[in-house]
Design a protein around this ligand. Sequence first.
Ligand code: NAD
Length: 332
Amino acid sequence: MHILVTGGAGYIGSATAALFLKAGHQVTVFDNLYRGHREAVPEGAQFVQGDISDRGALDILFQMARFDAVAHFAALIEAGESMEQPGRYFRHNVVYSQNLLDAMLAHGVKRLVFSSTAAVYASKNGPLSEDDPYRPANVYGETKLMIEQMIRWYHRQCGLKYCVLRYFNACGAMLDDQGRAIRGEAHSPETHLIPLTLQVPLGQREAINIYGTDYETADGTCVRDYIHIVDLASAHVLAVEALDERGAMTYNLGNGQGYSVRQVVETARQVTGHPLPAVETARRPGDAAVLVASAEKINHELGWQPRYPDLKTIIASAWEWHRTHPKGYDGS
Ligand SMILES: NC(=O)c1ccc[n+]([C@@H]2O[C@H](COP(=O)([O-])OP(=O)(O)OC[C@H]3O[C@@H](n4cnc5c(N)ncnc54)[C@H](O)[C@@H]3O)[C@@H](O)[C@H]2O)c1
């Protein structure tokens, strides 16, 4: 298939583009480089710089090549920022995604894999399955839920085939056959726990902040399900290849195992050998207490299995990336 990857210069999109290529697909990446990196786009993928808000640019893109499917990663992704700038998030994520969907359908492209999030769910003490109640704790999660709903209507009314993938916490780095980190997390601003924690042993921050120690969890800190980007990426390959057979899919992607913020920091201490001081501060708005996936459905229906579910392995791969790329893609 020829797959258009929006946001393919970003963290998860670039790793997925690499696995699409490895699986024998042709890839075109479309990214405005607002938060992505040209260097992250895998060799072998065609790169077009542009914005999904720009219908003219999308029309040219869809005329340029005959795409069989779109994997749509392009979005603003920061929960905290979304609480401060809700309008920007609704426009950027919901309106621009609609723009993309309309362009796809106008050009006869009817296969979509969409990056959604665990943030669509209400917090739950136990693994979340796909039919658990939705109650986003932040605007970002709400925007993803709105896009999901839109996609389902486009499926019913316009014949769009889709797979919605709800990622839990994406993390880790892609390593080559020699164990060298070739693709990793380089968000700016960075708000994700593992890269922020690893900035301490790199000397880029003095301590890691722990936001909230009074949640109803075993050690009082938030619990999340950490999933390696290579495992996320491999699910996209299965999803895109199953679209014709299944037509409408929604799956969680996680390991089914929750780790608290304190446990992540402790594991990072073990991996890096650094004492990694932590500072306990107040809760942040928009953080759910516990988000852990049940990924039984995708396991059962598509045969997806995570290869790197162990937190220490995940953090070790992330450390390999950050240690060797302390400035991310902008020169090391
Ligand atoms: N990182 C996570 O833990 C996580 C968890 C759940 C869901 N997701 C979803 O996965 C997707 C990818 O996340 P990521 O961590 O790789 O983020 P990222 O910021 O690294 O990648 C997003 C990419 O999209 C591009 N982009 C943004 N707006 C665009 C636009 N209007 N037009 C063209 N390109 C645009 C950015 O330049 C960037 O390269 C997002 O949709 C995000 O909501 C991420």
